[in-house]
Design a protein around this ligand. Structure first.
Ligand code: ADP
Ligand code: MG
Length: 241
C-alpha cells in the first residue's frame, strides 16, 4: 500500500456462541484509499463493519485508527476520531426534515452552534444535489433519496474513513450511476478513505482500488479488482453460494 495507513484491523476474530463469524481477519486501509469488501452472504462483511465501528466487540484482535488503538473505545468516540458509516438498512429520523437529519450527523462530530450546523448541512446537501429537499420530512422521500440523505449525513461528520454497507441495495440503475458519481466526487474533494461492502460487482470493479474477499469469516483473497475477479478461490466461493 502506498499511502499512510489510516485504519488497520489485525487478527479480528468474532464468535457468536459456536459460530465463528470472523476468523483472524486483517484489513488495512490507506489514507484516501478505496477498498471494497466482498464475499457471499454470511461471509462476515457486516460483522466486520460492526467490529470496526464498535457496535460489536471482537472476541480477539485490534483496531487502530489514525495511529491510535480504538479497540475498546465506544462508537461515538470512534466517530469523533474519524469513522463514519452507513447501514445496510438506513437509519434516519423519519419525522425530522432532511436538513435536520444532516445536522444530527454533523453534531456527532463537530460541536458547532446550531446556525453553523445548519449552514454546514445545507452546504453538504448542495454538494450532493439535494438542497431542494432540505425542508421535506424524510418520510416524504423516495427510497433512493433517503439513501442519498443517509450518505450525506455521514459525510457531514467529515469522516476520514467512510464505511458503506451495500449503499446501492434497492437503488435503480440511474440512482446507482448517481451514487457512483457522488462517491468519486467525494473522494476527489475530501480525500476520505472508503470501505465499500457491495454485491454490485460492476460498481466494485469501477470504484475500488483494492478488493478484499471474505468467505465463511476468513479472508480468502486480496488484490486489484481484475486480480480478484480471476482468482479461482473467489470464483469457487461464489459458486458455492
Ligand atoms: P454478511 O454481511 O457478509 O452477509 P454477516 O456479517 O451479517 O454476513 O454474518 C456473518 C455470520 O455471522 C452469519 O452466519 C450470521 O448469521 C452470523 N451473525 C451475524 N450477526 C450475528 C449475531 N448478532 N448473532 C449471531 N450470529 C450472527
Ligand atoms: Mg451484510
Amino acid at each position: 500500500m502506498s499511502a499512510e495507513t489510516v485504519l488497520a484491523a489485525t487478527g479480528i476474530t468474532k464468535r457468536f456462541g459456536g459460530l465463528v463469524a470472523l476468523a483472524e481477519v486483517d484489513l488495512s486501509v490507506g489514507d484516501g484509499e478505496f477498498v471494497a469488501l466482498i464475499g457471499p452472504n454470511g461471509a462476515g462483511k457486516s460483522t466486520l463493519l460492526n467490529v470496526l465501528t464498535g457496535l460489536s466487540a471482537p472476541t480477539s484482535g485490534h483496531i487502530v485508527l489514525d495511529g491510535r488503538d480504538v479497540t475498546r473505545l465506544p462508537t461515538h468516540r470512534r466517530i469523533r476520531a474519524g469513522l463514519g458509516r452507513t447501514f445496510q438498512h438506513g437509519r434516519l429520523f423519519p419525522r425530522l426534515s432532511v436538513v435536520e437529519n444532516i445536522m444530527v450527523g454533523a453534531a456527532n462530530r463537530t460541536g458547532r452552534s446550531e446556525s453553523a450546523l445548519r449552514r454546514h448541512a445545507l452546504a453538504q446537501l448542495g454538494r450532493m444535489g439535494l438542497e431542494h429537499m432540505a425542508d421535506q420530512p424524510i418520510s416524504a422521500l423516495s427510497y433512493g433519496n433517503r439513501r442519498m440523505v443517509e450518505l450525506t449525513r455521514v459525510l457531514a461528520g467529515e469522516p476520514r474513513v467512510l464505511l458503506l454497507d451495500e449503499p446501492a441495495a434497492g437503488l435503480n440503475l440511474g440512482e446507482v450511476e448517481d451514487l457512483m458519481a457522488r462517491l468519486r466526487a467525494i473522494r476527489a474533494e475530501d480525500r476520505v478513505a472508503v470501505v465499500l461492502i457491495e454485491h454490485n460487482m460492476g460498481m466494485v470493479m469501477r470504484l475500488a482500488e483494492r478488493v478484499v474477499v471474505l468467505n465463511f469469516g476468513r479472508r480468502i483473497a486480496e488484490g486489484t479488482p481484475a486480480e480478484v475477479q480471476a482468482d479461482p478461490a473467489v470464483l469457487a466461493a461464489y459458486l458455492g453460494e
